[in-house]
Unconditional design. Sequence first.
Length: 298
Amino acid sequence: MSIRMKKILYNQRVAPYVFVLPFVLSLAIFFVYPVISTFIMSFQEVLPGQTHFIGLDNYRNLWDDSFYTALWNSSKYTFWTILVLIPLPLVLAVFLNSKLMKWSAFFRSTLFLPALTSVVVAGIVFRLVFGSLDNSVMNTFRHAFGFETINWLGSSASGMLVLVILATWRYLGINIIYFMSALQSIPSELYESASIDGANTWNKFWRITLPLLKPISIYVITISIYGGYSMFTESFILWSGNHSPNDIGLTMIGLLYRSGIEKNELGLGSAIGMILLLLTMVLNVIQLRLFGLFRKED
């Protein structure tokens, strides 16, 4: 290594940029460039070997029944997964973090195991468990209580229930890990001081634990919004393809796949991708404002 190169690398002003450069390059290559290319492509008609600009036609052709169905399904899925996968992991993390909890390490490992399972394998198993036959696991369970057989994946309500149960089973352990890492960073002195002041368990949880879990809660909600609207594989496997009855399992990514891959309308698929990106960004900005992240501290 030349002396000039050493001076550059060991320079206090240059060194930070050298360390940050791999991240900046990765972000530019794998995110910024694809987003810009998709944005440009959303104004084009893309055919094999040729492309030409068609203005806003892709965005005009976007607003049909399939788009509204996919948007509604993805929004419902995101809403229910956030409603379940935020408070439930938080409460379980509090119990698992308690010194009074026995077999805590065992339960942590057990709850995290589903996250290591392939989504494809999990989807196939859930498709069999929630099958429409009389001898499927869940219909057999219903028979034990005197209920009749139902087609779980044949209606919008029960199909969404299966999707949310699958998401809960698979991602519960991950969110528990997030919340437990935040709980373990809370100084025990705060709880001891609260006990001296006469605070009970509920007051400690409400006044100390929840406020200090705000940063990790924001993070979990943010990735949950992204994960909810980007869900595709679970639906694709449960309904053995991208064409569920009356599109009850159609998601935004499923619509993008149908338009861009199945119908070879890459311009329209790019327009769907841009709308999805804008939607998730707007929702995350709203929830960040609700949490006061942009508020100036006194």
